[in-house]
Design a protein around this ligand. Sequence first.
Ligand code: IVH
Length: 754
Amino acid sequence: MHEHAARARWLRETLHAHAYRYYVLHAPIISDAEYDRLYHELVALEEAYPELRTLDSPTQRVGSDLSEELAKVAHPVAILSLSNCFSVEELQRWEERNRRLLAEGVTLSYVLEPKLDGLSVVLTYLNGVLTTAATRGNGEQGDDVTANIRTIPSVPLRVPVTPDAPPAPPRLVVRGEVLILKEAFARLNEAQVARGLPPYVNARNTASGSLKQKDARITAQRPLTAYVYDVVDGDGLTLDNEWDSLAYLRALGFLVVPNAALYPSLDALAAELPRWERDRHALPFEVDGVVIKVNDWAQRRELGVVGKDPRGATAYKFPAEEAVTQLLDVQVNVGRTGKVTPTAVLAPVFVSGVTVSNASLHNYDLIAQMDIRKGDRVVVKRSGEVIPYVVGALIEARDGSEMPITPPTHCPYCGTPLERPQGAVDLFCPNVRCPERVYRGLEFFVSRAAMDIEGMGAQTIKQLIAAGLVADEADIFTLRPEHFEGLEGFAEKKTQNLLNAIAAAKARPLPQLLAALGIDGVGAVVANTLVQQVGTLDVLLELAARTKHAEVAFAAAARPLLELPAENEDAQKAQARLRDPLVELAPRFLDAQDSEKRLARLLKPLLAQVPAFDLAPLHATLLNLTEAARPLLSVSGLGAVLTRSIVAWFADDRNRTLLAKMRAAGVQMQPSQPAPVGGALAGLTFVLTGTMSVPRDQLEALIVAHGGKVSGSVSKKTSYVVVGEAAGSKLDKALALGVPTISEAELRQKIGDV
Ligand code: IVH
């Protein structure tokens, strides 16, 4: 018996140590399988000898069905809340008030921690063993969630976790936050959707709901994490400041709130707040601000408490990124590619600094999955650069008047039946002459990010379309002064300015024109590569036509195999290859030896069904296709999918006519001379950070076109860091290394592009 007890103790300690390395240090030293083996040995031992089962055994984390209804527990000391500050001025006033209560001239240093957006819990360890866990409740008493907390792997069931750590006092009460990490939340929702259930809307509420389950087995299935940030009580502890207490908690084996920082003064701390706010999205959990605590505990005690808030700590809140509002209606937006986007019309709501009344609903599949209805209370999120979107509906808030949202069957702008390509989640309007598509295409074509035609706003485009003057991108270049006569708002001067801007746009570099055409996947970088490696537009047109022709011939030769009823999955796969030869076959045959044998092997599941099939003609058309596509497929950085999209666009008759019309109207289509070796930026290396007035790749292309280089990271070798709005850590790095910084305007000045 003694032997079993010793073994059980060894297993418990070993498993605790490995779980700690895995969940807290994120540095496991044994495989999951090995862990499982030890774990099951302990389970077996405890089953045979139940008296060996201890409260702190790792086997006791699994939710037990004995879990009681949530009882109330009284907290050993009042569990306080925090006052809020929303500006640096408020923080300064907070410090001033505190100074008045303390001896004159004292030094105040501060610990700053992320303010975790989860559920506050209080954990009590008696003689190192977790005995009670409670929610904050009303501060005096909380819900007993001991059984549930025990299922959270990052909560030590016994401290210290490692033998070399300092001992725990006989009674230790700590406070922390239970939450779901962003990534775990995303995975949880993927699983929900895969099971046909609506995804959870909000990580905080999901964490809270999970923790308050009556059945701890349910809690055990939720990916909860607990970070600890405060010593509430501990008899005999000699700690005297916050910073050391965090180190102590870490040494005991707790997962301690990460990224905490110690600042010598409030000024030093305030200077860092913008960085904290900017970097909040890089943290693995949701935060709603930072917590600022006076480091010295003696000072904290002296400052005391007002109401439920300690004076010695406060929360600096970031603007909320989520808000709840009512979904009034759903608009059907059609983009230039024909893609249909359902757009929420919302009761205006203030989110992270702006009033939002429209938000993306992504697509109709997602609306159905999330069961969003017209009239619902919905959560809207606006975070960083992304356009606002609807996160989900508050289904509990329904009163029965909500109406389901049905996907449209016809384009609301041209009446054409909508299509949904195989495998796509989006609906499309297939009509290339759809007025909305034409309008959106023109809007993009003239925008700053594309041809940059100044003075041609959305309003002007609508006017020109309505007057029948413009029906496609090429028509813009045929406009003459007399066209504007009688057009509202077009006095002589305005007309002349617009015509000048159009004339200037005729001379844009070829890559800029290519990127403005809105070809799937062709932005500034790909357009540049194409021009550099393929040469002229005529070559491109010729390559596309030839490749398309070869594709058609291949499709004809493959038809008998495509018409076979596919007998199994392999045969279906082979057919999918035949249907998309440019992506699926041509790249593999660029330098294939024994290509006919190879093709036979790839098509084996189909050829088995028609033994008499003559492969030779199909093989010949495939080699033709491969040869035709070779120049494009060999362009480095292009790839087969982009090649397919480029071929499809340039082989399309309508697009060829469009380009011919542009050429006839005087649009410049010869590639400009390669960047002169002594370009204005020759020998200089640039790093871009923050948001620019145009997409970043366009600015990069501009730098390269003028002989400069672009790098992704700042080093001493960087010549300039170009700083846009909301610049990131690269700006900090530049300042630290003394690398000069310039604005986008200054960059444009350097190359005479102003
Ligand atoms: S310290 C007296 N630190 O914010 C100390 N609280 O708005 C009080 N919270 O109820 C708590 N992250 O649930 C502290 N790093 C952190 C925190 C944090 C999140 C929560 C906590 C508290 C609430 C107050």
